[in-house]
Design a protein around this ligand. Structure first.
Ligand code: UGA
Length: 401
C-alpha cells in the first residue's frame, strides 16, 4: 500500500520506480497473485493480519529522525483495524519508537481491539536488495508477546538465517548499532588511508591484511571518497541524537561524521594540488550514484564533489550508467552529461572516479590517454591498477595508495 497513485499504478503494470537488480523479475513473477498493490489504507488494513511499516524517516534539521509518516500510518491502522493486528516497524527508527507506536495504537484504536507491536529491522543494501532479502545474514524479531513472536516466526520461516528473538527496544538498538558500526569502519579505513598517503603506504594492502583477521573482517574496509546514501549519514546523526537524549555524548560517531565530510570535500583539494586552480578547468566526474547498482543519488559523495568543483569555477562533465536523470534534477544545466565514460572525459583536464561501477573497471587506457587533455586520473574508489594507468602515460592518484 502506498498513497502515491502513480507509483502503485506503475507497480500494477510491473514498472519498478527505481533501479534495483532482480526486483523487476521478482515483481513480475508474483504480480496480481501473491503480490497485489493498493492505495487504499482501508483495504490494506482490512486484508492483513501482519502490517509492515516501511515508510521513510527523513532527518529533521537537528539530525533527529522525522517520525511524522509513521505516526500518520499508525493512527490510520488504529482507527481502521476491526480485529487483532500485528504492527511491525521495518522503517529505521530511533530506539523506543516501538513504545510510541504502541501508545498511538492504544490511544486511537477501537475499543476491545488488540494490537501487538514488533520491530524487525531491515539490513538490506540498495543495489543488493533482492539477494539480501532472500539470503539474509540474520533475522531479528523484536516483540513483547508470544502471539507476536509466533506470528513473526511463521512469516519469516521460509528464510534460512540465524534468528534472534528479543524485545522491541533491543531490536531497535541492533539496527542503530549495526549501521553506525559499518559507517565507523568506513571512516576508520579512510583515516588510515590519509595517513598511508602521507607516509607512502598502500591502504588497499593494509585493509586486505587487516581483513584476514576474523575479529576485524574483510568487508567495509574499502577506502574512498566517503560513505553516502539514504542510510548511513541519516542513521549516524539520528543515533548521535538518540544518545544525546539519554545523556550520552557519542563523540566517536561525531568523529565518524567529520572524517566522512573531510573525505568528500578533500577531493577538490587533491585535484587542486595536482593541476592547480580549478577555475576554468574541465573535470570529468565518473559516477553520480552513492554506490554502484543503484540510481540513488541521495547524500551521494559525487553530488557534494560536483558542487565543490563548480564552486571553484571548474566545468564539470559527468557520466553515470543509471543516475544521470536524477542528477540532472540537482545540477540542471550547471553540469554537462556524457553518454559514456569516453564522451565524459574527452578534452578534460582531469578525471575523477567517484562511484565504483563495474563498467569502469576495464577502461581502454590508451584511448583515455588520447581523449583526456590533461593527464591526471583521480581514482576516488581505488578501482584501477595504478601500474596500468601509469603505463598508459597518465598520472594516477588513488586514495591512500
Ligand atoms: C546500508 C547497510 O549496509 C545496510 O545493511 C542497511 O540495511 C541499509 O544501509 C539501511 O539502513 O537501509 P546501503 O546504504 O544501501 O546499506 O549501502 P552500503 O553498501 O552500506 O554503502 C553505503 C555507503 O558506504 C556507500 O556510499 C558506499 O560507497 C560506502 N562504502 C561502503 C565505502 O565507502 N566503503 C566500503 O568499504 C563500503
Amino acid at each position: 500500500m502506498d498513497i502515491d497513485v502513480e507509483k502503485i499504478n506503475g507497480l500494477r503494470q510491473g514498472i519498478i520506480p527505481f533501479h534495483e537488480p532482480g526486483l523487476q523479475q521478482l515483481v513480475h513473477a508474483h504480480n496480481g497473485q501473491t503480490l497485489t498493490f493498493t492505495t487504499s489504507m482501508f483495504d490494506a488494513v482490512e486484508w492483513s493480519d501482519t502490517i509492515l511499516i516501511c515508510v521513510d524517516t527523513p532527518p529533521n534539521q537537528d539530525g533527529s529522525a522525522d517520525l511524522r509518516a509513521i505516526e500518520t500510518i499508525v493512527r490510520d491502522i488504529a482507527t481502521q483495524a476491526s480485529s487483532y493486528r500485528l504492527v511491525v516497524s521495518k522503517s529505521t527508527v530511533p530506539v523506543q519508537t516501538g513504545q510510541r507506536i504502541a501508545d498511538t495504537l492504544k490511544r486511537h484504536g477501537k475499543p476491545g481491539i488488540e494490537f501487538d507491536v514488533a520491530s524487525v529491522p531491515e539490513f538490506l543494501r540498495e543495489g543488493n536488495a533482492v539477494e539480501d532479502t532472500m539470503r539474509p545474514h540474520r533475522i531479528v524479531l523484536g516483540a513483547e508477546t508470544n502471539r507476536a513472536i509466533e506470528q513473526l516466526r511463521t512469516l519469516f520461516q521460509p528464510f534460512s538465517a540465524p534468528v534472534i528473538v528479543t524485545d522491541v527496544t533491543t531490536a531497535e538498538m541492533i539496527k542503530h548499532a549495526s549501521n553506525s558500526f559499518l559507517a565507523t569502519k568506513i571512516s576508520y579505513i579512510n583515516a588510515i588511508a590519509n595517513i598511508c598517503e602521507a607516509v607512502g603506504a598502500d591502504v588497499t594492502v593494509v585493509a586486505t591484511a587487516m581483513g584476514l583477521d576474523p575479529r576485524i573482517g574483510e568487508h567495509f574496509l574499502d577506502a574512498g571518497v566517503g560513505y553516502g546514501g539514504s542510510c548511513f549519514p541519516k542513521d549516524v546523526s539520528a543515533f548521535i541524537h538518540v544518545a544525546q537524549d539519554v545523556g550520552y555524548d557519542f563523540d566517536l560517531l561525531r568523529s565518524v561524521q567529520n572524517i566522512n565530510a573531510r573525505q568528500k570535500h578533500g577531493v577538490a583539494v587533491k585535484l587542486e594540488q595536482a593541476i592547480g586552480q580549478l577555475r576554468g578547468k574541465s573535470i570529468a566526474l565518473l559516477g553520480l550514484a552513492f554506490k554502484a547498482d543503484t540510481d540513488d543519488i541521495r547524500e551521494s559523495p559525487a553530488i557534494a564533489i560536483g558542487e565543490d568543483l563548480l564552486n571553484r569555477g571548474a566545468l564539470v562533465r559527468a557520466y553515470d550508467p543509471a543516475s544521470m536523470e536524477n542528477a540532472r534534477r540537482v545540477f540542471g544545466d550547471r553540469v554537462q552529461f556524457g553518454r559514456d565514460v569516453y564522451e565524459a572525459i574527452e578534452g578534460a583536464d582531469a578525471m575523477v572516479a567517484v562511484t565504483p561501477w563495474p563498467e569502469f573497471d576495464d577502461l581502454d587506457w590508451p584511448t583515455v590517454h588520447r581523449l583526456l587533455k590533461g593527464s591526471v586520473v583521480l581514482d576516488g574508489r581505488n578501482i584501477w591498477n595504478p601500474a596500468v594507468v601509469r603505463a598508459a602515460g597518465l598520472t594516477y592518484l588513488g586514495v591512500g595508495r
